[in-house]
Write a protein that binds this ligand. Structure first.
Ligand code: MGD
Ligand code: MGD
Ligand code: SF4
Ligand code: MO
Length: 687
């Protein structure tokens, strides 16, 4: 008998409600759930591809052990026992030689999120790395400094705003990030129907730019100057210099901005000053929200950018205001679950990078493995990550992984990274586990509480990620993990949350309980700063402004500037084996403007080499005036054609890894985040 199960799609941050029709273990259909109050029926091609992920014959079902170049299926018992023993032997020689890398899917599984720490604790290691430092760490540093908690993420109140400005984000492809905003297109349609405007500022005329009222090109990594000019324009036009009585320090920021000439800032970033001034006026009229994402975070000035974005929202009176820059009030308030975060508690061994939220920069992983001495990483545990493809100069990391004494990957595939592992431990299938959007629902455009039970019965002998994490922790430390199951923990978190819900109550509404738009008037009460104030003149950021090159004095760059991109039918590297998603034209191309292509003799479709100081890759050119002249774009998450990868569909369309030419040395020093945007490259016809 076919049955319809409600579920939340866990693939991206949008958390769409889906209806999965099954007959026993057979999946008959997957479609959007019209009754989900947040996603309202929306689904994207990746949602349907959940079936491919679940049914993929290449998805690993049993632990694998590598001996030389051969792989053997073994039991979990054997795997845990051997890994425990090998790890203890390595730690006996050097107690600081273990490390963990936590990848992106951990943010999409509350079981992983609540249990990854057990592994870190068992290893007693400070060598913690994660995808956060190739992604959103600058936003978290700014959150910590301004609101007192690294996980207190403000979002644009899209459903009630009049002006939405997106700087370096492409929600039409990504479906939103640090902002759970399913069906972005419909939300923009509603915004326009209310007389509002969407403005996109991006070095590429993106899919989002194409549905916007206005698109402005910006020079890659020039955002800091755009933001300075915008903040100056807002401040110059604000009649009331005081915005909210709990906000302090803007006057000191004004002083720090004085050395910057607005006209020069505009010229440097490429956004005309009259456009910036018009934006300032729209912000002061409100309601308005300025949102920035990957494009502004993965820069050398990522933290400055994240801070300035909030300052523009604050100074124009949009903080905690209906239609402005707001905080969700989720059913489980992660601000109460996670520590606020600290910075600089320790430093990395080789380059002395400071720790941020207890982590070291992923970009420093290779040198920590390669460099001899006490504390050199000899055993690495990769939890749902593919850093060979996702971190800067992945090719160097790939070589470094080869010389580890022990590499363990908890992963569903034998891919670019896990092929280097001595053990791969695969979790149960994606539809065989429950789901709660613990870290993502707090950032939702509309607050909901929704829980999914496992859709399919768990395959016999399989373990969930969280059980594997606990199994490893037990095997390494000898101590069994004593803690509630994720489901029990969730029930407790819901009960102690702002609405005092029980898991039973949430389960009784399979499409989700609608808790309304983000409530305003939460500040200053909800702030986690000790004095319940927002102190805008954060010392080290004011200092960084003081040390910033004046516009026009930055290093002159020859060559072209590289930026990234995402496509609706990919998710970093991990859907590369989906039969449904890999269909269609080649997506791993370098986009280049005709003005840059023509003088180089590059025609559309020609194979070109793209070279940086780190290396070079060859791929097809896509000549398009959607690019800002002087800028080229290459997506990440490709490059599957490496020996030992066992993903048949992906090997049919392997692409190349852009992270073979990004730089592990390019970093935002305040957050340790990789600076992918603006890498200088040369493009030439291949052959
Ligand atoms: N140049 C460039 N590089 C980038 C980016 C960019 O824009 N440009 N983006 C960065 C960003 S934002 C991120 S988040 C990182 C991502 O960096 P990573 O997290 O290192 O990489 P992913 O490609 O997301 O790989 C996820 C891995 O988890 C596995 N996996 C999938 N689901 C599960 C599961 O349920 N359990 C387990 N155990 N494993 C699972 C997949 O097979 C895959 O190996 O990449 C970053 N790298
Ligand atoms: N379909 C799909 N969805 C995804 C993912 C995916 O891989 N595929 N990945 C998920 C993950 S892990 C994340 S973190 C989110 C990311 O979500 P987004 O941040 O929305 O994703 P991107 O498409 O990387 O958007 C970054 C934008 O910044 C622009 N950009 C690059 N450099 C600069 C710059 O210097 N300045 C400015 N102003 N803009 C710049 C790029 O052209 C691009 O349009 O997406 C998530 N959703
Ligand atoms: S937008 Fe994201 S959450 Fe929604 S169906 Fe697509 S992948 Fe799943
Ligand atoms: Mo990400």
């Amino acid at each position: 008998m076919p049955q319809v199960h409600h579920r939340t799609c866990h693939i991206c941050e949008a958390n769409c409600g889906v209806l999965v029709e099954v007959d026993g273990r057979r999946i008959l259909s997957i479609r959007g759930d019209p009754d989900n109050p947040l996603s309202r029926g929306h689904i994207c091609p990746k949602g349907t591809a959940l079936q491919d992920l679940q049914e993929d014959p290449d998805r690993l079902r049993r632990p694998l052990k590598r001996v030389g170049d051969t792989w053997h299926e073994i039991s979990f018992e054997q795997a845990f026992a051997e890994i425990g023993e090998r790890t203890r032997a390595i730690l006996a020689k050097d107690p600081d030689s273990a490390a963990v890398y936590i990848g992106n899917p951990n943010a999409h599984s509350y079981g992983n999120a609540l249990n990854a720490d057990f592994l870190g604790k068992a290893l007693r290691t400070r060598n913690k790395f994660s995808a956060s430092t190739v992604d959103q760490m600058p936003h978290q540093v700014a959150n910590l400094r301004l609101w007192g908690h690294a996980s207190m993420f403000p979002i644009p109140d899209i459903d009630r705003t009049r002006t939405l400005v997106i700087l370096g984000g492409n929600p039409m492809a990504s479906n939103g990030s640090l902002w759970t905003v399913p069906d972005f297109r419909a939300r923009v349609r509603d915004l326009k129907a209310r007389g509002g405007e969407l403005i996109v500022i991006d070095p590429r005329r993106t899919e989002t730019a194409k549905i916007a009222d206005r698109h402005l090109f910006i020079r890659p990594a020039g955002d800091v100057y755009f933001l300075i000019a915008l903040l100056k324009a807002v401040r110059a036009r604000s009649p009331a210099r005081v915005v909210q009585d709990f906000v302090t320090g803007l006057d000191r920021v004004d002083e720090a901005l004085q050395r910057f000439d607005a006209e020069a800032c505009a010229a440097s970033c490429g956004v005309p000053l009259p456009e910036i001034e018009a934006l300032a006026e729209r912000f002061l009229a409100g309601p308005a929200a300025l949102y920035g994402r990957m494009g502004v975070a993965t820069q050398a000035h990522g933290t400055l950018n994240a801070w300035l974005i909030s300052l523009v929202n604050i100074a124009s009176g949009q903080l905690d205001r209906e239609g402005g820059w707001v905080f969700g009030l989720p059913a489980v308030d992660t601000v109460n679950v996670l520590p606020p975060g600290s910075i600089g508690k320790f430093a990395s061994r080789v380059s002395g990078h400071r720790s941020v939220l207890g982590e070291l920069p992923a970009a420093a992983m290779a040198e920590e493995i390669e460099t001899p001495g006490e504390g050199r990483i000899r055993a690495l545990f990769v939890v749902a990550g593919n850093p060979v493809l996702s971190t800067p100069n992945g090719a160097r990391l790939d070589k470094a992984l080869e010389c580890l004494d022990l590499l363990v990957s908890i992963d569903i595939y034998r891919n670019a990274t896990s092929r280097r592992a001595h053990y791969i431990l695969p979790p149960a299938g994606p539809l065989e586990r429950d789901h709660y959007g613990l870290f993502l629902l707090p950032m939702a455009a509309r607050t909901i509480a929704v829980y999914s039970r496992p859709t399919l019965e768990q395959e016999e002998g399989s373990l969930h990620d969280w059980e594997i994490l606990r199994g490893l922790a037990h095997a390494i430390s000898g101590e069994p993990v004593q803690a509630p199951t994720p489901r029990e923990a969730l029930d407790g978190l819901l009960r102690s949350g702002p609405y005092g819900l029980t898991l039973e109550q949430v389960e009784a509404s399979p499409s989700g309980i609608d808790l309304g738009p983000p409530p305003t008037g939460q500040l200053p009460g909800r702030l986690r700063t000790p004095d319940k104030r927002v102190t805008c003149d954060v010392e080290e950021l004011v200092e960084a402004l003081g040390a910033l090159d004046l516009p026009g004095q930055e290093d002159p760059q020859g060559g072209l500037r590289l930026i990234g991109r995402r496509h609706l039918r990919t998710n970093n590297s991990w859907l590369a084996n989906s039969r449904r998603l890999i269909k269609g034209p080649d997506r791993c191309t370098v986009m280049i403007h005709p003005d840059d292509a023509t003088p180089r003799g590059i025609a559309d479709g020609a194979t070109v080499t793209v070279r940086s100081v780190a290396g070079s890759i060859a791929l097809a050119a896509e000549v398009t005036d959607d690019m800002m002249p002087g800028t080229v774009s290459i997506p990440h998450g490709w490059g599957h054609g490496l020996p030992g990868v066992s993903m048949e569909n992906a090997l049919g369309r392997p692409g190349v890894s852009v992270n073979d030419i990004t730089l592990e040395t390019a970093m935002d020093p305040l957050s340790g985040n990789a600076a992918f945007s603006g890498v200088e490259v040369e493009v030439a016809l291949a052959g």
